[in-house]
Design a binder for this molecule. Structure first.
Ligand code: URA
Ligand code: ZN
Length: 366
């Protein structure tokens, strides 16, 4: 029987819409964009760990960060049919409270309009006005349902400032569950710079990106599990960046530590009705496949299931270091990992490449 072609969907791909770029250019503390004389080329500085006097200060920023036509070109080069774009970190986390509502409305409208320029090829995760407080956030969630191309929201790990185990976030999680908008959880803050040691500046961005990002995600989700978010809001859906950080690999250890914790037992938190880490991984969590190796991807697949992993690229981050027109090694490595873990041409491979995203994010209706 002839195979119907299933689309390739990139669920981890970022933009900074032009209005956000303009905001970054007007700032001098992170996040900001500026040149560092004698060079006149612009650099994007977003991570605390990269705001240092060194050649690794930020990254060059070109039109691939904000021009939607460049996104489509990148998709065409890499055989990607559909992208679910999201504002890149640090989103609107840093916006003053009284400006948050308007900033989120404008950014979300702008991103939705960009998607409308390429119907069927672009969908988006929206951005929440986190600094605006609960009522403003819940209002924006309600408004998102009217934006045609929005399929979820992107969220960092700080929440309202106290992390994602903050009880004040429960009404927001509830509103997202009710609106059937999944959370795309993405790291930004990493770990305190002290853990990278005195020679950190010698190592470029490797430690914060390779280790800080995944551990940040792992810690944030573990705190959510420990605080009981997934029992209180049982149908909350989350897509975790970078295959869940290290969550699939550490799930057994986290679960064992919970089961052996006398404090949790004395507080009555180990009784019936508790969702185990494995339950959460299989019922509430989806994992992107941005892990760059078969080993990590197999752990993700075993932890959450082959029907819960989704291809991603992290474009426009991780471009080839030498100027090239062709395919990006960072993307090809993720394609290879999916093929290796699930078998080239298999239905499981097609699901990870796009079928799962189409089903979970309802990408058939445009
Ligand atoms: N990928 C991202 O999404 N953000 C960064 O800051 C770096 C890599
Ligand atoms: Zn990313």
């Amino acid at each position: 029987m002839a195979e119907t072609k299933s689309p390739i969907v990139d669920i981890h791909t970022h933009v900074y819409p032009p209005s956000y770029i303009a905001l970054l250019k007007s700032r001098s503390s992170i996040p900001y964009i500026r040149s560092f004389p004698p060079s006149s080329s612009l650099r994007l500085v977003i991570l605390p760990a990269e705001d240092t006097e060194s050649t690794s200060r930020g990254r060059p920023v070109g039109s691939e960060y904000y021009d939607i036509k460049k996104k489509i070109e990148f998709m065409d080069t890499h055989s990607i049919d559909i992208s679910v774009i999201s504002l890149a970190n640090p989103w609107l986390d840093w916006v003053p409270a009284d400006e948050a509502a308007k900033a989120a409305e404008e950014i979300n409208d702008e991103v939705n309009e960009e998607c409308g320029k390429f119907p069927g090829r672009l969908f988006a995760f929206a951005t929440l006005p986190l600094s605006g407080g609960k009522d403003v956030i819940v209002k924006e969630i309600a408004r998102l349902k009217q934006l045609k191309y929005m399929r979820g929201i992107i969220l960092g790990t700080t929440g309202l400032g106290k992390g994602l185990d903050d009880p004040e976030l429960l009404p927001i999680f509830q509103a997202l569950q009710d609106a059937k908008l999944p959370i795309f959880l993405h790291p930004h803050y990493g770990l305190p710079s002290s853990v990278w040691g005195e020679r950190a500046n010698d190592y470029g961005h490797v430690l914060p990106l390779a280790l800080g990002f995944p551990l940040e995600t792992t810690i944030a989700v573990t705190r959510m599990i420990l605080s009981g978010v997934f029992e209180t809001v049982p149908d909350l859906q989350m897509i975790l960046a970078h295959s869940g950080g290290t969550l699939p690999f550490l799930a057994g250890r986290i679960e064992s530590c919970i089961e052996h914790d006398a404090h949790l037992k004395s507080e009555g938190k180990l009784g019936k009705g508790r969702k185990t880490v494995w339950d959460v991984l299989k019922k509430n969590i989806y994992l992107d496949a941005v892990v760059y190796s078969e080993v990590g991807l197999k752990a993700a697949i075993q932890a959450s299931g082959e029907d819960r992993v989704m291809f991603g690229t992290d474009h426009p981050f991780f471009p080839p270091l030498e100027e090239e027109d062709g395919k990006w090694a960072s993307v090809e490595t993720n394609y290879e990992a999916i093929k290796g873990a699930l078998g080239g041409g298999s239905k499981e491979e097609r699901a990870a490449l796009g079928g799962n995203a189409v089903r979970v994010l309802n990408l058939n209706s445009k």
